[in-house]
Design a protein around this ligand. Structure first.
Ligand code: B4P
Length: 191
């Protein structure tokens, strides 16, 4: 299975990716987690992306695309993967298409977690209190929402036109949303 999970900041991508990936026995690959681990470890990449992420902006496409291509080339991702938080721009969509073409594969489904805007902000403000993530303050959260609307939301139409988009209501408990995802993806890939 080759899957993407998309949604606005706070939609539950990272929360749900782990369960979905375990269900389909593929690695969950989060570009946000990769960048945060690099920031935490003070690597050259971490130093490059720290200020960008704190401001709620996207890391440059070429850099992000290279990191994803390298990660997808690792043995555990050869038979399948769940990408969480990638692609986020049309440039990244094209880069992923090129990568898949070169490897003779295609995507099976693109999960879109649909959550109301005010609920997204409430979730991220709650996470700010519990985890203290550098990009979870109200000003940055609102900026991340704008960046998402302008750069990433159009990707949903592009994947819908390819008949890959699986829309799932992301509101409700974590378990409820997980069950909805499993049912919707199973239905989409067997139709
Ligand atoms: P991400 O790590 O992807 O951050 P995010 O959009 O906030 O999503 P996250 O996965 O953390 O949150 P979730 O929806 O799970 O990206 C961070 C930054 O990295 C970006 O801003 C950018 O700078 C950079 N970046 C990453 N990928 C990039 C790319 N492709 N190109 C360029 N730059 C890139 O929501 C989590 C919160 O909601 C949690 O607190 C959770 O507990 C809560 N929640 C989830 N489900 C819930 C439910 N059902 N009920 C109640 N709460 C729930």
């Amino acid at each position: 299975m080759r899957l993407l999970i998309m949604g606005a900041p706070g939609a539950g991508k990272g929360t749900q990716a782990v369960g979905v990936a375990a269900h389909y026995r593929v690695p969950a690959i989060s570009t946000g987690d990769i960048f945060r681990a690099n920031v935490k470890n003070g690597t050259p990449l971490g130093k490059q992306v720290d200020a960008i992420m704190k401001a709620g902006n996207y890391v440059p496409d070429e850099l992000t695309e290279e990191i994803v291509a390298n990660r997808l080339s690792e043995p555990d991702a050869r038979k399948g993967f769940l990408l969480d938080g990638f692609p986020r721009t049309m440039h990244q969509v094209d880069a992923l298409d090129d990568y898949l073409d070169q490897h003779g594969t295609t995507l099976d489904a693109v999960i879109f977690l649909d959550v109301d805007a005010e609920m997204l902000i409430a979730r991220l403000l709650k996470r700010a209190q519990t985890e203290g993530r550098a990009d979870d303050n109200e000003t940055t959260i609102r900026h991340r929402m704008d960046v998402y609307r302008d750069s990433t939301q159009p990707l949903l139409d592009a994947y819908a036109k390819r008949d890959l988009l699986v829309r799932v209501d992301g509101q409700g408990s974590v378990d409820e949303v997980a069950s909805r995802i499993a049912a919707a993806v199973d239905a989409a890939v067997t139709r």
